[in-house]
Design a protein around this ligand. Sequence first.
Ligand code: UD1
Ligand code: CA
Length: 504
Amino acid sequence: MSPQQAVAAVVVLAAGQGTRMRSTTPKVLHEMGGRSMLGHVLAATGPLGAGTTLVVVGAGREAVAEHLAAVAPGARPVVQEEQRGSGHAAAVALAAAPDLTGPVLLVNGDAPLLRPETVTALVEAHRAAGAVLTVLTAEVEDPTGLGRVVRDASGAVTGIVEERDATPEQRAITEVNAGVYVGDAAALRRALARIDQDNDQGELYLTDAVGLLVGDGEPVAGAVAEDPDDVLGCNDQREVAARRRTLNDRVLDGLMRAGVTVVDPATTWVDVTASVAAGARLLPGVQLHGTTSVGAGAVVGPDTTLVDTGVGEGASVVRSHCLGSVVGPGATVGPFSYLRPGTDLSRGAKVGAFVETKNARVGEDSKVPHLSYVGDATIGRGANVGAATVFVNYDGVTKHHTTIGDHVRIGSDTMLVAPVTVGDGAYTAAGSVITHDVPPGAMGVARAAQRNVAGWVRRRRPGTAAAQAAAAATGPAEDAAGARPVTGGDGADRPTEPDGNHDQ
Ligand code: UD1
Ligand code: CA
């Protein structure tokens, strides 16, 4: 242990079955606020800088060890073959590190609200008291289900008694054991060697080490947590939901204090890993997950979920679902759009209503306003993609790329069959199926020519409202035109065409 390390080791007890969760997922892997419960405990103890972190695994050990390798590769899993109680778990951990000496932090793996400052205060209290074991405690309104802290007339801790083993007087105690302890490794080894299963559950209780050391005349202390929320454990799905809510309230409190507008905290969920700049506005029904970041002046929501997505300053995302995307400064998204991974909207770009994008770069001030699919695409600046355009990127086997130049106008209902390139300043005619490159400045037209069959309604739908309307519009002259079909051109050279670009 180096001088700057507050403890020699951190031991997380995470082998329990979590039977009350009634879940196939190991208890400590249940997620809240963007981290597993175990992840939260490791985040709270990480700042101690302990050289050794041991995590006792048992129930669901493969899943827990795999998760541990991903979130805390420096931590070492220690297997507790049989779940014989928290005291047994602690003993197994210490046995796996026989050379360990000095203060060790022991912590239950199901304490997701624990914060670094609370852990640091406990370690500080332990040092100040000169104790061999210090227990973190909390004064709570409802101690149901928790171990009670028993003190003598002088206020010194004499033991911890589990609720099921407690006398009625002890049950009335509202100071509870948090399940977080700092103990001298040697003292812990001595005490844990002597604990027994003489309790209602027939388990080896870590908490019995307290009474044993007190009985030996060793100094044992209790440190009361400043915020009782910090120590709340998590034993069933209702408690997971309650802790998740508390965690979220803390995150939103921090954001609001820093100048973020949260219109409806009850329906806004922000992971501890997400960030929101001062001056941003979160409207009701927003969820910000993972590494999502929201810039100053941006507006997100209502009803928007962002996962690992960066939203730039002054951008807006309305009623949309975005994964692994970048929404540039001043860009706008939605309502009702789906941005999939690899979407990168440059400054001022627009993805409007009912648009799906994937692996698509949309250049500055370019617009995809309505009802389109943009997959595997690069779009230059100042371009407009008309309504109902599809970037046809998949040939059934392989995905292909489409490149659209600067200031291009893609007509509505264009199919861009990739791989294909539309050059700078080019147009495509509405309704085209573009299978060949369109050179810069050209108009790509790929659609059947229009044919008008004159008088068809009068002959084939006589007496209908349509026939009457047609007769009123054309008068008897239309009759004179008879059945002679009139064939039009493809329309691409008409001044009102070709874009059909719906850009407003
Ligand atoms: C425990 C404490 C209780 C305290 C409460 C705080 C004991 C005996 N009681 O009760 O005083 O108020 O936490 O939340 O410790 N574990 C193992 N291996 C085992 C058994 C448990 O690793 O064989 C781990 C669990 O995964 C859990 C921790 O130890 O993280 C505590 O076990 P749990 O069954 O949750 O104890 P509680 O009844 O909550
Ligand atoms: Ca527990």
